[in-house]
Design a protein around this ligand. Structure first.
Ligand SMILES: Nc1ncnc2c1ncn2[C@@H]1O[C@H](COP(=O)(O)OP(=O)(O)OP(=O)(O)O)[C@@H](O)[C@H]1O
Ligand SMILES: [Mg+2]
Length: 256
């Protein structure tokens, strides 16, 4: 082909490409634009929610450590001083009774502090992993509320990274709080099964059963937070109620 024709051909190809690109770039219809804006807003909100949740978890862990290491140590030292005082032979009975009362109150302060710190950052998660932390939740729930609670899971299936472990722990924690506050249940079952690439979680109670209107309460944040946590790790969650109780069912895709 002579040189000028080749140039002409190349020019035509370029022009066609540009036209096709322009056609593809046609302005969006108002409905499409609204849809695109909504998607962008949603994606932005999810990213912000996720970042905020991470900051919150870090703050909680920091406050929990401070409470435990600082205030906790101080109270423990005070208790040692108190026991030394009680051993003083010069102290009369009235002083000893007073000291014994103070010792009891110190002990309750230490217990409350441990509970508050472990709600902020589940110590059990750092100590023994998710299975151990869920066992502690289950045990505390039974002790505090007198409701039977069963955990059906295998320890070796719950070795997950911190992001997943914290999310699952918080979800189960909020579910149990809700059951204690709202369900009037007698029995709770938490089950976690691992399938290839997927974790299947169910939390069942035999209480009054959540109603559709309960899930739409504008001032309630527990279920909303639970949903946000699941969505942030690309899982799905279904909450259903019937006269036989409430079921929360979650599927979490796991990183390979
Ligand atoms: N297991 C359950 N059984 C029966 N009702 C439930 C159960 N869990 C939640 N609910 C109902 O759903 C509502 C919403 O729960 P959600 O956790 O979002 O909010 P909350 O517990 O009322 O307040 P918070 O924002 O402190 O969590 C509750 O107020 C309650 O009426
Ligand atoms: Mg709640």
């Amino acid at each position: 082909m002579p040189k000028p024709s080749r140039l002409l051909l190349a020019g035509l190809v370029l022009l066609a490409g540009r036209l096709a690109w322009r056609l593809d770039e046609r302005p969006l219809t108002p409905a499409e634009q609204r849809e695109a804006d909504a998607r962008a807003r949603m994606a932005g909100r999810r990213a912000t929610d996720y970042a905020l949740e991470n900051i919150r978890e870090e703050e909680r862990a920091y406050i929990a450590r401070e409470l435990h290491d600082d205030l906790g140590q101080l109270l423990a030292t005070l208790r040692v001083d108190m026991s030394l005082l009680m051993q003083q032979p010069a102290a009369n009975q009235a002083t000893r009774d007073l000291l014994a009362g103070m010792d009891q109150r110190l002990l309750s302060a230490i217990t409350s502090l441990r509970r508050i710190a472990s709600n902020l950052r589940p110590h059990a998660l750092d100590e023994g992993g998710l299975y151990f932390a869920l066992q502690s939740l289950r045990h505390d729930f039974e002790e505090r509320h007198g409701v039977a609670c069963e955990l059906d899971a295998r320890e070796n299936e719950l070795i997950l990274n911190d992001r997943y472990s914290t999310a699952i722990f918080r979800i189960v924690q909020e579910s149990l709080t809700n059951i204690a506050r709202h369900a009037h249940a007698r029995h709770v079952r938490i089950a976690l099964y691992r399938h290839p690439g997927l974790l299947h979680i169910t939390i069942d109670d035999d209480g009054r059963g959540i109603a559709q209107s309960d899930m739409e309460k504008p001032s309630s944040f527990g279920l909303l937070g639970m949903r946000e946590r699941v969505w942030a790790i690309r899982g799905d969650i279904a909450i259903t109620g019937s006269p036989r109780g409430t079921r929360i069912e979650i599927h979490l895709p796991l990183p390979e």
